[in-house]
Unconditional design. Structure first.
Length: 78
């Protein structure tokens, strides 16, 4: 279990996203900013931006609203 951020149990990530991408997606879906996600996960804001870019490409979305819809539909935020 993680102290900060989002803990993703093994086998419960999206079939298209890595565990870290899933963490980033869930935090963004909870309304966190890029800077807040970076702070919670202990990574740079630039790394978060790279993850967001990769997430958008993997799940074929183009904005955070569609990302939030994806997180909800896949049940990733439980």
């Amino acid at each position: 279990m993680m102290k900060q951020g989002v803990w993703i149990p093994r086998g419960q990530k999206s079939e298209k996203l890595t565990a870290r991408e899933t963490q980033v997606a869930v935090l963004l879906s909870r309304g966190r900013t890029t800077a807040e996600v970076a702070g919670e996960l202990g990574i740079s804001a630039e790394t978060v931006k790279i993850h967001v870019h990769n997430i958008y490409g993997r799940i074929d979305v183009h904005d955070r609203t569609l990302l939030i819809k994806y997180v909800i539909e896949k049940g990733l935020d439980k």
